[in-house]
Design a protein around this ligand. Structure first.
Ligand SMILES: *Cc1c(COP(=O)(O)O)cnc(C)c1O
Length: 379
């Protein structure tokens, strides 16, 4: 018996063939003309005046919070059902993290819980568009509009999504994106922030480059002028190699999404028939279809992961509830608080992410579904 087993990797990027020679011919491989071109195209996508490229979502979001002056004594509300970065950036600013529970249908922020968590100390909310489906940004805007609470959208999963026809950035003060290796739009590592707020833009430009008054490109391209250091900044600027990779994908985002959408529909049809639970995409939403997740009985979840891996299926868990991880358990103990997030806990102990990317085939998907159903029956 040496029948070759099918292998369905968890993710494959869609960058394709790309000639980087023209980028390599430019003398400096830091932020330059390609980064600026990417920023212009990216801002235009969202109908906003400004976009800035960063080294990651994490650096972009951290610097947005910094620019808003968020620090000690301030509270930042984040969902527990997210990647740790969403919570970590608040702690990096010395602010407190307050965990919000999830809506049981979509996994996105539970708005009633969010409302109950808002206090005079609340300075920012970071809604996460989980798996690519946008939160109800209008409602979140309404909850926070009368107070001085900033909204930072975590769009790490949601480059292409819309809700009631509106895009990320419309009902928030800033939206941050990730171009990490497994995201829909990727350059290995990278991030961006979009905003309509020119003051924020100016602060971010300083913060991402040591507080220097001119950028590298300006320093070399224009007549020499002394630069000054205005504030204590960080080092988090995107470079032209990253931007070249991203620019190559931008025109294809919608066609890549269409292919993932078809894959999701095939998954849905198979799992619908077999009664496998999964998050719902609301009829008013166009999901960016970043991750395809299922919810299985918690007592079977970990064994099913191993089972799928043995069958050559790449899987992940997105996510275990952040407040249940060791650091945040200790953190909550230390600050004498509890996270009241039973739905996030339930999702966190029952979820498995299955392969999803444009190059999957129907045979791949049917194979993955067969293995999931076999595993569920057997375990
Ligand atoms: C990937 C991810 C991030 C972090 O992105 P980086 O670019 O790796 O910093 C933040 N939030 C969510 C929801 C993510 O999935």
């Amino acid at each position: 018996m040496n029948k070759e087993q099918r292998q369905v990797p968890f993710y494959k990027h869609s960058i394709g063939d790309l000639d980087l020679n023209s980028v390599l011919k430019s003398p400096f491989l830091t932020s330059g003309p390609r980064t600026r071109e990417f920023e212009e195209c990216f801002a235009k996508r969202y109908g906003l005046p400004f976009a800035l490229g960063f080294t990651s979502w994490t650096s972009a979001a951290f610097l947005v919070l910094k620019a808003w002056g968020i620090g000690e004594g301030d509270e930042v509300i984040v969902p527990s059902m997210t990647f740790i970065a969403t919570a970590n950036v608040a702690l990096h600013c010395s602010a407190s993290v307050v965990f919000c529970d999830s809506d049981p249908l979509t996994g996105n922020l539970d708005l009633n819980h969010l409302k109950s968590l808002i206090s005079p100390k609340t300075k920012a909310v970071i809604p996460v568009h989980l798996y690519g489906q946008m939160c109800d940004m209008k409602a979140i805007h309404e909850l926070t509009a009368t107070r001085e609470i900033k909204i930072l959208e975590d769009c790490a999963h949601c480059v292409e999504g819309t809700r009631e026809g509106y895009l990320p950035g419309k009902w928030s003060n800033a939206a941050c994106f990730s171009f990490y290796a497994t995201k829909n739009l990727t350059c290995g590592e990278g991030g961006a922030a979009v905003t309509a707020d020119e003051d924020l833009l100016k602060q971010l430009k300083l913060l991402r480059l040591h507080g220097m008054s001119t950028s590298a490109a300006d320093r070399y391209e224009k007549t020499y002028r002394h630069w000054d250091m205005e504030i204590l900044g960080y080092k988090a600027n995107m470079n032209d190699l990253q931007a070249a990779l991203l620019l190559q994908q931008l025109p294809r985002l919608e066609s890549l999404l269409e292919r993932r959408e078809r894959h999701c529909q095939l998954y849905d049809r198979r799992f619908e028939k077999s009664g496998v639970e999964r998050p719902v995409v609301l009829p008013n939403s166009l999901s960016a279809r970043h991750l395809y997740t299922i919810w299985v009985p918690p007592e079977k979840r970990d064994n099913l992961i191993l089972f799928l891996q043995e069958k050559g299926v790449g899987v992940a868990v997105n996510f275990r509830a952040v407040h249940t991880l060791t650091y945040y358990r200790n953190y909550l103990k230390q600050v004498g608080k509890k996270a009241d997030c039973p739905v996030a806990e339930r999702i966190g102990s029952s979820t498995i992410t299955l392969p999803l990317y444009p190059d999957l085939t129907s045979d791949d998907i049917n194979y993955v579904c067969d293995q999931v159903l076999a595993g569920l029956a057997e375990l």
